[in-house]
Ligand binder design. Structure first.
Ligand SMILES: [Zn+2]
Length: 176
């Protein structure tokens, strides 16, 4: 069980480290320009557009819902790299935290825009937290085991093993 938790923590930390490299890459590559991924499509009766993009110091996710499909939307169907300029874009380009929600249009079912953006540095920090925590925890554990071994104690329960050869008489762990 402990071993499984150990493996899960390792995998999560590795994934998180990979994500931090992606964020760093986006940050370096899209300093003043921007790049992104865009998806557009019809869901039930509503037309949705979702933008993920990086630029101006921010990572932004924006979701736009329209009650119908505009003529200009047809070229936005499916996935696209290099997202077209998102609608609430003037709101961003800030390098700051931003949350945006607006409902508009003089129709019976209004259009809706939801957007969230965070600075690259913040996303990078969040992605690095887990790998750093796991590394710190491992280092502390190694140090603790080393101290116990040097002191001639059981690495599992701390029992004094100087009189014992192979197994800890207290918990049965193999003496190392
Ligand atoms: Zn023991």
């Amino acid at each position: 069980m402990r071993r499984l938790a150990h493996h899960i923590a390792t995998v999560c930390a590795a994934v998180s480290l990979g994500a931090s490299l992606v964020v760093l890459g986006l940050w370096l590559c899209t300093g003043s320009s921007f790049a992104g991924l865009h998806w557009g499509g019809l869901r039930r009766t509503q037309y949705y557009r979702v933008y993920f993009w990086s630029g101006g110091g921010d990572l932004t996710v924006e979701c736009v819902r329209d009650p119908w499909k505009f003529a200009s939307d047809s070229e936005l169907d499916g996935f696209h790299w290099a997202a077209p300029q998102p609608i609430s874009n003037t709101h961003f380009w800030s390098g700051h935290f931003d949350a945006h929600h607006s409902v508009g249009g003089a129709t019976r079912i209004p259009s809706e825009i939801r957007a969230l953006s965070v600075p690259h540095w913040f996303a990078l920090l969040v992605c690095l937290l887990l790998p750093l925590a796991v590394c710190g925890w491992r280092a502390a554990r190694r140090q603790r085991l080393h101290r116990l071994r040097v002191a001639g104690r059981c690495t599992r329960c701390g029992y004094d093993l100087r009189e014992s050869r192979d197994r800890c008489p207290e918990c049965g762990a193999l003496a190392k």
